[in-house]
Each structure stands twice: as C-alpha cells, then as structure tokens.
Design a protein around this ligand. Sequence first.
Ligand code: SAM
Length: 173
Amino acid sequence: MVRLNEIRENEVAITPPEPTDATLIFIGRVSTPWTSRLETPRQGRPDGPVCEIEIFEPWVEALAGVERFERLEVLYWLHESRRDLVLQSPASNGEVHGTFSLRSPVRPNPIGTSIVVLDRIEGNRLFVRGLDCLDGTPLLDLKPDRTLFKPIAPPQKGDFETGAVHMCKKIDD
Ligand code: SAM
C-alpha cells in the first residue's frame, strides 16, 4: 500500500537530528503523468510512459554528450516523503523491515534513483521512459548508466587493487 504520512502497526519513527552541512541544488524538474502517490509506479519500467526532465540554467551546458547514452541514471528528491521511520511496514500487515533494506521513498535523505531509457533531447529537455516519481519532483543529478560508461580519465592505482571476496546474500522478495 502507498503511504501518505500515516504510521502503521509496528512501525518505528525517530526524532531526526537537525540537518547540518549538506546543501543540495535542484538542477531541474521532472514532469510525469502522476499527481498522486497512490497512482505512481513503485518502480519505473523501460516501457513506461515518456516523461520530461527539464534542466535549469546554469546547468544546461552540462548536457553536452548526454545524447550518446541510451540509458541514464536519474537521481531525484522525493520531496513529499516523511523522513523519520527506521522500521517500515510496506504491506501494512504489522511485519516491519529496516529502512535501509527497502527502496521505499521514506528515508532520512529521500533520494530516488531510476535507470531511464533516453528517447530524445530537445534543448534543455530530456524525454525518457522509466521514471516513478510525482509530477514536479525536483531533479538532483543525471549520469550515464554505469554499465554503458567507461571512464574517460586514465586509470588510477586503486583501479587495480583487489581484496578478499565476500559472499553476497541475495534476498528474494
Ligand atoms: N526508483 C526509486 C528508487 O528505487 O530509489 C524510487 C522508488 S519509490 C518506491 C517510488 C514511490 O515513491 C512511488 O510509487 C511513490 O509512491 C513515491 N513517490 C514518487 N515521487 C515522490 C515524491 N516526489 N515525493 C514523495 N514520494 C514520491
């Protein structure tokens, strides 16, 4: 179920500390078909509707070269989210999960990320598929999809360092 601002059975909210040093700049705005969190997709899909990302000045010049990438990683600020839950019940059934084990919009810094398919760029506007945010969501950053990107700068020592391999546990949900 989609949360507006309610607290559900067994969920735990904390009193967050006062914000300190981080300052973010909203570099643009996302336009989508969704005006209600109750209707927004939980995760974007590559065949979802085309959405528009508007880049504000003075950042438009930073779009140079973006057209070379078929997919982009988009970071956005889920501005309507509450930020104080450490245990959450996504299914509203009393079963709770730690915030950092979820991709819920409710988190101390409500950053959302999606991999989107680039349809086209027109001036300061990108048209993409794969978003899952409300119309008017502030944009934080755009990057090439890391699976398509090769660093342009020469490699550094750390690029060749290896270490012990740890087993990663995958949880199927
Ligand atoms: N794909 C991103 C991620 O994994 O980081 C976001 C996933 S989050 C589960 C997507 C949900 O966040 C939507 O279904 C909607 O309920 C909520 N949402 C979308 N835009 C929002 C906004 N601007 N403020 C608060 N909640 C938002």
